[in-house]
Design a binder for this molecule. Sequence first.
Ligand SMILES: Cc1cc2nc3c(=O)[nH]c(=O)nc-3n(C[C@H](O)[C@H](O)[C@H](O)COP(=O)(O)O)c2cc1C
Length: 183
Amino acid sequence: MKVLGISGSMRKDGNTAQLVRYILAKVQATGIETEFVSFTGRTIKPCTGCEQCKETKWCVVEGDDWADLARKMLEAEVVVLGSPTYYYDVNGQMKNFIDRTYSLFHDRKLAGRSAVAVTVCADRGCERSLETIEGFLNTHHFSYLGHVCGKAYAPGEIMTDVRAVKKADGVAQKIVNLLQPRD
Ligand SMILES: Cc1cc2nc3c(=O)[nH]c(=O)nc-3n(C[C@H](O)[C@H](O)[C@H](O)COP(=O)(O)O)c2cc1C
């Protein structure tokens, strides 16, 4: 699969999900394969700091959905990673997901992929959420295609954030340019 969109929100059809899906739809319209996954209905346990992954090169925490999502990310060429803003940062589920990718860091398993960061807040705090996602992407040597920070509170409001939608159009085009370069 070429482009994987991930919404870290537990709201099935919340603002993060809608913004990530909007980017994917633009990309898919050009014939590029995309897949959307959401943390909604999924469990992602926290990193325990056991450091066993230094040996195993895979997270040893079991009984949740992290491995399935990590495999999808490893199969993707481009990742659109989105999170809602909770207390001026990514939500807890997204932080759990990121922390567990420590297991992929030892062999730089994610290096070489490209990524877009997406964050949504009602009023303030998007910047730090973005910094957290960018920290994850930089650490894993993703090639960074850009970001979208949207403002919205109730589910669906995001599509009325004209600035965010315009930014989303721009990053979608960057993904298309990367995967379907013109002559
Ligand atoms: C626990 C919690 C904490 C939040 N913290 C912030 C915050 O720090 N800043 C802010 O602007 N909005 C905050 N919000 C609002 C959400 O970021 C906002 O509703 C966003 O659109 C949710 O995205 P989603 O629909 O993708 O879940 C918070 C919401 C919740 C439930």
